[in-house]
Design a protein around this ligand. Structure first.
Ligand SMILES: *Cc1c(COP(=O)(O)O)cnc(C)c1O
Length: 483
């Protein structure tokens, strides 16, 4: 199985190279030449399913996949099912946040460092790897935790100064490790992400050093995320909510379009997925796109209570455009127009294909807070603001009859990462600082993920904060010498 760029047209790169490089030299994203048929997967155990998916999409790892899945997941998640499916009212919530940093990104970032290291060994590549990552809050700590003490790899995380919660920030700036660096950027997530993309485009690393990415532009991030679509489906069958073969809808709080694209890959691989619902917050570029075919980033980014969805340029949409068009020149044109003019228009025939699978909706902060409060009152279940956005969109679509059948809402973060929003929703007085998660847990009588406790007592190890225009110089400076 070979990989090629969404903007290139030829499939001449192995999975190993695609994972090591992160992004294709022409700026496109790597996609597999075909999607294997995984309709026979039972999806019963998370580790077995992860092994089968890794081996099918990355055949070079077939022999190591079992060990990799074990090393990535066994013992690192606080729930025995890894990603448990929990009934809430008439729906089901797929809890993806039981990993080391309490966000769904752990599912991919527990596996990616292992894959990168194995890829280095297999290719005989001795270059040191410098991972550059922009984070909207959760990728940062998940990537830092995943790459900590991995030899031959260093990681530099840029986070937007205005745009992560105090708990998220504390998680990152207190993370210890000889190969880790964290730097604030004065601006929002798009400023940080654009800055990282520019470094990739213009920075020539010194001999012996290669750049790579831990963002979901890396195909090694997306593939492990297919696993929980399969295990969730199997759990629904087991719980008697559906018969094997029935279609299931998945409602996904969406930012960079990576999580939902993994669901699309699962569907293409044969899982009976009905609709994939792209839930947005007030930054509803994707909702407008799915409804109109016009992708238009010419608007101000709004800061919301669901910061991981505060994104105007959703990188992985480029992969969806590839799967519906198979036209690299068309995609290259769209991406160039997006860069220079801030928008592109997708023809009707492609949009019809997209709308066969994708539904969409948006949720304001106020609506999200209402959903949190209502679900807490009715079901004693606490949702984080991202999950709440998906919940609200699910209800809206159900009420208008557009979402028949069984629904799974993906829960992408522990509510304790966002104690400020929880306090607001439930009408509690709480100081939103690094200790807020623990205090909220005590007040509500709920357990708090271990990684979110004791943060206020930890020393701050990373204090750098820079302007977006200084990111390239910062990388040039830090790339050489020890940390
Ligand atoms: C990253 C993130 C999302 C968005 O996922 P994408 O793959 O970027 O669409 C949603 N919720 C939370 C909590 C996240 O951390």
């Amino acid at each position: 199985m070979l990989y090629g760029s969404t903007r290139g047209g030829s499939f001449d790169v192995t999975a190993l190279e695609a994972i090591l490089r992160g992004i294709a030299p022409d700026g496109g994203l790597y996609v597999p030449e075909n999607i294997p048929d995984l309709s026979g997967l039972k999806g019963e155990s998370f580790l077995q399913t992860a092994r089968q998916i890794l081996a099918a999409l990355f055949p070079e790892f077939a022999l190591q996949a079992e060990a990799m899945a074990g090393k990535a997941y066994a013992g690192h998640f606080s729930h025995p099912d890894i990603t448990p499916l929990v009934p809430v009212g008439d729906s089901h919530v797929l809890e993806l946040f039981h990993g080391p940093t309490a966000a769904f990104k752990d599912v991919a970032l527990c596996a990616l460092p292992l894959m990168m290291n194995a890829a280095r060994e297999r290719t005989g590549d001795t270059d040191e790897i410098l991972i550059l990552t922009a984070t909207s809050g959760d990728t940062g700590s998940a990537a830092l935790a995943g790459f900590r003490e991995v030899s031959g790899i260093r990681i530099l995380v840029f986070y937007p100064e205005d745009g992560v919660s105090p708990v998220q920030k504390a998680q990152m700036v207190t993370m210890a490790g000889k190969n880790l660096k964290v730097c604030g950027v004065r601006g929002n997530f798009d400023d940080a992400q654009t800055g990282v993309k520019e470094v990739f485009a213009s920075y020539q690393p010194p001999e012996g050093l290669a750049l790579s990415s831990a963002n979901s532009i890396n195909i090694g991030r997306l593939v492990p995320q297919m696993t929980y679509y399969f295990t969730a489906y199997a759990a629904l069958v087991r719980q008697g909510a559906i018969q094997s073969g029935d279609q299931v809808n998945f409602v996904v709080p969406t930012g960079n379009f990576g999580d939902i694209l993994a669901g699309y890959l699962a569907k293409k691989a044969g899982l009976p997925v009905g609709k994939l619902v792209c839930a947005a917050n007030a930054n509803d570029v994707l909702k407008d796109f799915i409804q109109t075919g016009l992708y238009d980033r010419r608007r101000a980014l709004r800061q919301t209570l669901s910061p991981s969805m505060d994104i105007l340029v959703s990188s992985n949409l480029e992969r969806l455009l590839y799967f519906v068009s198979h036209d690299p020149a068309f995609i290259a044109g769209c991406m160039e127009q997006l860069r220079t003019q801030g928008f592109y228009q997708v023809p009707k025939e492609y949009m019809e294909q997209i709308r066969e699978t994708f539904l969409t909706g948006a949720c304001s902060d106020g609506e999200g807070l209402d959903a949190i409060e209502k679900v807490w009152q009715r079901h004693h279940y606490l949702m984080d603001p991202h999950t709440a956005a998906a919940w609200k969109v699910k209800e809206e679509l159900e009420q208008s009859g557009r979402l028949p059948g069984a629904n799974v809402v993906l829960s992408t973060a522990s509510p304790f990462k966002f104690p400020g929003a929880m306090a607001k929703a439930l009408g509690l007085a709480l100081n939103d600082d690094a200790s807020a998660a623990e205090i909220l847990g005590q007040r509500l009588g709920l357990p708090v993920p271990q990684s979110l406790t004791g943060l206020q007592a930890k020393p701050v190890l990373h204090q750098d904060v820079i302007d977006p225009r200084d990111m390239l110089a910062y990388v040039q400076n830090k790339a050489v010498g020890s940390w």
